[in-house]
Design a protein around this ligand. Structure first.
Ligand code: AGP
Length: 610
């Protein structure tokens, strides 16, 4: 949600470093931004409401040579998006400055306590109390004061702090919100996301919950919540900066749609049975014996990741014959689910930082379940806290609308289903080899879909002014109807619903007329004819229908106004193919409508608060 960047350098270009780092975090969604830099003996704070360009304009008129500073992009949770509520925030002396991501749940109690001690607040935010708390504990050691202050907090935080009397240090602390240290050349950086530091270093240290880090230009000391020193090791991030840039595409979302062939092949790498490396089992953090005792799988996720979980239900139940429940994480965490030691709980999350999914994962661990994280960000909270992981190698996904991470998740979930099937003795060697062949063919089949992007664009232009859409599918493609609807609604702001095609006569068909286009997934399956019947019922009520169909399927011609052709693959792999034209359709419609495709209004890339 919010973005943090901090730097302590051997030069005087801290404002430029901070601004550049914040720009790399713009995709996370925000409504105000600010920086604080130590300029001489004083800390100068510049904050602006709106986009970073406003902050940039304000900085252009100032000369602020500085070696140390903090920057922040704020997504308002407590207090309106105003300059006063923008970060960084100060204590009463003005010498202590902090930036914060997350939510302090006991901030009202702490604010009352501090006001009774005579503290005057200048903002409506929960974050400001952190600056005053640090001041209360400060006796010359900023890092220790930050550690003690965080002991009073409840909730979630990633904090950056600096002090006018300590130009040589920066301090960071985290709980439930990501924070990394960038190990630069005679400089150190602090950031909420590795993307913010990639153009200065690829060596990072991920802080763990409860840790406080003290940075100087040349050293990093980390302590746990008791103040005990913690050893740390650096991770080298393989993502080059260009990966995080647009690569010549007009939007990150389009670039990421076109990266999907690579994502699928990278996610398969070394994990197919005949690769001989058997990488899946090693990743899962579970022994073969433990896998064979899995009696039920619970999949927890949000949004697009929940759609991936829904597809996985079909994969695991069909291949491994193990029952699967799929829950919204926000529902799972409060419904007191029945969990046992033979349950495997799988948390699916691109960011690995979604608050509801983290909470649900922790609940499952507390209940004694084995847990598995299917994430895209190394070092993310879910990646680190799950017992095992099966990473999607999608690289940084910048567009708020998830595309390549989704097909990466589906690929990883196929691998999980195959591994469970192997352990359950339900997969012969021949069948396993056939699956390897089918999976290896996927990148080329996705490429074929991408080659047809112009055809999808032509179809999209006919529906730009629609105000409502209905997406329908059956079986393993019902979740793809949901995903197609989510893609369209979240970037074009057109109202779109996904529905099981079999439900049409139970209500949705009342909506059908010439003004509401219907997108129907009619690719080969045991229920294809039934979807065709549902489409015919809509057509006789004047619906305009876009059909996703397999190459050469002449039967759909009479029932469709427009057809999005895709290559035929095994039914169980068809979601990975069928979603591609739907991603493109939503992208082209939204772009034609002039929407902010990469940063849709009201949305953030990672929902790190409840
Ligand atoms: C997907 O296009 C959305 N941006 C959103 O639904 C997202 O999938 C959801 O917030 C879950 O995020 P996660 O995968 O990082 O947990």
């Amino acid at each position: 949600m919010c973005g943090i960047v901090g730097c302590i350098t051997n030069g005087t270009e801290a404002p430029e470093i901070l601004l550049k780092g914040l720009k790399r975090l713009e995709y996370r969604g925000y409504d105000s931004a600010g920086i604080a830099v130590l300029n001489g003996a004083d800390i100068r704070t510049i904050r602006e409401v709106g986009k970073l360009c406003q902050l940039e304009t304000a900085l252009a008129d100032l000369d602020l040579p500085s070696a140390v500073g903090l920057g922040h992009t704020r997504w308002a949770t407590h207090g309106r998006p105003t300059e006063v509520n923008a970060h960084p925030h100060r204590d009463a002396s003005g010498k202590i400055v902090v930036v914060h991501n997350g939510i302090i749940e006991n901030f009202r109690q702490l604010r009352d306590e501090l006001e009774k001690e005579g503290v005057t607040f200048t903002s409506e935010t929960d974050s400001e109390i952190i600056a005053h708390l640090i001041a209360r504990f400060y006796e010359g050691d900023l890092a220790e004061a930050v550690r003690l202050a965080t002991r009073r907090l409840r909730g979630a935080w990633a904090i950056g702090a600096m002090h006018a009397d300590h130009p040589e240090i920066l301090v960071g602390a985290r709980k439930d919100c990501p924070l990394v240290v960038g190990l630069g050349d005679d400089e150190m950086l602090l950031a909420s996301d590795v993307t913010a530091v990639l153009d200065r270093t690829q060596k990072v240290v991920f802080l763990d919950d409860g840790q406080t880090a003290k940075l100087t230009r040349t050293s990093l000391e980390i302590v746990d919540e008791e103040g005990h020193p913690v050893d740390w090791t650096a991770t080298v991030i393989g993502w080059s900066l260009s990966q995080a840039e647009r690569g010549g595409f007009p939007h990150f979302m389009l670039k990421e749609i076109f990266e999907q062939p690579t994502v699928v092949s990278d996610t398969l790498l070394g994990r197919l049975e005949d690769d001989g490396e058997h990488g899946v089992l090693a990743d899962l953090g579970m022994s073969a014996d433990e896998l064979t005792t899995v009696g039920r799988v619970h999949i927890i996720a949000c949004g697009t990741s929940w759609h991936a979980g829904h597809v996985a239900k079909f994969l695991v139940e069909r291949i491994a014959r193990i029952p699967v429940d799929v829950d919204y994480a926000s529902e799972f965490r409060y419904r007191e689910p029945v969990l046992g030691e033979h349950d495997l709980v799988v948390a699916v999350s691109q960011s690995g930082e979604t608050a509801d999914t983290i909470a649900a994962l922790r609940m499952a661990k507390a209940a004694g379940c084995r847990t598995l994280g299917i994430c895209n960000v190394i070092g993310s909270t879910i990646h680190r806290e799950a017992d095992g992981s099966l990473m999607t190698h999608a690289g940084p996904e910048i567009g708020v609308a998830s595309t390549k991470a989704f097909t990466g998740q589906l690929t990883a979930l196929v691998l999980l289903a195959l591994e469970l099937g192997r352990m359950n003795g339900r997969l012969s060697q021949e069948e396993d080899a056939r699956w390897s062949d089918r999976l290896r063919a996927l990148p080329g089949q996705i490429e074929l879909c991408l080659k047809r992007a112009d055809d999808v664009h032509e179809v999209a232009l006919k529906y730009v002014s629609a105000q409502d859409f209905l997406f329908i599918g059956r079986g393993i493609n019902y979740p793809i109807a949901l995903e197609g609807a989510l893609k369209l609604k979240e970037i074009s702001y057109i109202h779109a619903e996904g529905y099981p095609a079999g439900e049409m006569k139970h209500g949705p068909i009342a909506l059908v007329d010439s003004r509401m286009p219907i997108v129907a997934l009619c690719t080969h399956s045991n229920v294809r004819e039934k979807v065709i019947t549902n489409v015919e019922e809509a057509r006789v009520r004047d619906a305009r229908v876009i059909v996703v169909a397999n190459d050469g399927d002449d039967e759909v011609q009479p029932i469709a106004d427009d057809i999005l052709w895709v290559p035929r693959v095994d039914d169980l792999l068809s979601p990975i193919i069928n979603v591609v034209p739907l991603q493109l359709l939503s992208y082209f419609i939204a772009r034609e409508r002039g929407a902010d495709v990469d940063q849709p209004r009201n949305l953030a890339k990672s929902v790190t608060v409840e």
